[in-house]
Design a protein around this ligand. Structure first.
Ligand SMILES: *Cc1c(COP(=O)(O)O)cnc(C)c1O
Length: 221
């Protein structure tokens, strides 16, 4: 694969397109989120210059240091929050990000909804599911997902567009992706954010609509 980021972007975008065509010949679009966490603005700029606009960060503070200046020059970019969010950072998150992928508890859902109303920015959200039921990972339990999605919409008034997961390390991810897909169907949600550098093609084969790729684009962290 190419050694510069724009070359790698082109190669990965081609893999994404191929995998999504194979999964759905009608051409369901799959969004490639370029995960730029730990990499500085100078590493991101070549991708912006190459026309890429969708990026992911996992920390509010890091996004605050890196992205406002880039957004001035590229106002059409779309920044996804893909890491855990504390309620006391919700206001900043609503100002900085365009999509929140990590809604995982009622308190956060309520605070986010209030901050979105206040800022008049109603951002699309994903509910993060702890699909492997791992104690150290964030996310709602699979068995609680349907009820939580319902509360996010009906009680908190969030615009929930899909589910997101990070499957367990070291085991084949396919069954976890399939499980998330089933939960999304049961919830009536079209969005499925799943798949990272090592497994995004598998995820697309299981119905991913969003893949989050970091190291394959930017190199090792
Ligand atoms: C870091 C991160 C990614 C990207 O992981 P890579 O293996 O580097 O592609 C995707 N999703 C989340 C939630 C992450 O924190």
């Amino acid at each position: 694969m190419s050694t510069d980021a724009p070359g790698r972007l082109q190669a990965i975008q081609a893999m994404v397109n191929r995998a999504s065509k194979r999964f759905d010949p009608a051409g369901r679009p799959v969004k490639l989120v370029a995960v730029s966490k730990t990499f500085p603005a100078e590493a991101v700029e070549p991708l912006l210059d190459a026309g890429h606009r969708v990026f992911g960060e996992n920390r509010v503070q890091e996004a605050k240091d890196k992205w406002p200046a880039l957004r001035e020059r590229y106002p059409d970019l779309e920044l996804h929050l893909i890491g855990p969010l504390q309620t006391n950072k919700a206001r900043e998150a609503v100002a900085l990000f365009d999509v929140i992928e990590t809604v995982d508890r009622d308190k956060l859902a309520g605070v986010l909804a209030a901050e979105m109303n206040r800022a008049e920015r109603r951002l699309p959200c994903y509910v993060q599911v702890n699909i492997g039921e791992e104690p150290q990972k964030a996310g709602v339990a699979p068995g609680e997902t349907l009820a939580f999605v319902e509360r996010c919409r009906e009680v908190h008034g969030l615009d929930v567009v899909g589910l997101m997961c990070i499957p367990p390390d070291g085991v084949p991810p396919g069954p976890y992706f399939a499980h998330l897909n089933g939960l999304a169907r049961q919830s009536g949600l079209a969005g499925l954010s799943m798949g990272m550098s090592a497994d995004f093609e598998t995820a697309i084969g299981m119905g991913a609509t969003v893949v989050r790729v970091g190291s394959a684009l930017f190199g090792r962290r």
